[in-house]
Design a binder for this molecule. Sequence first.
Ligand code: ZN
Length: 77
Amino acid sequence: MRFIEIKNWTPGYLNVTPQHVTILAACVVCGSEREFDRCAVPVDAKHALIVDIEARLRCAACGARAGRLRFGSYAED
Ligand SMILES: [Zn+2]
């Protein structure tokens, strides 16, 4: 499985991101990626701008606050 990112697209807000779109949280510093669980987002952030959510991301691997959300879907190789 590999992740196909939708190029040059952002939903703008988390709550309008279509359910079929997979969200990956990627760390700009160390390159680690993990699936972003939108169900785990605090209630006060559910209607937040994507850029505001990115500002709150903290990398589980290296601790950097340099997260970016990538939108797309998985495809079979
Ligand atoms: Zn990192």
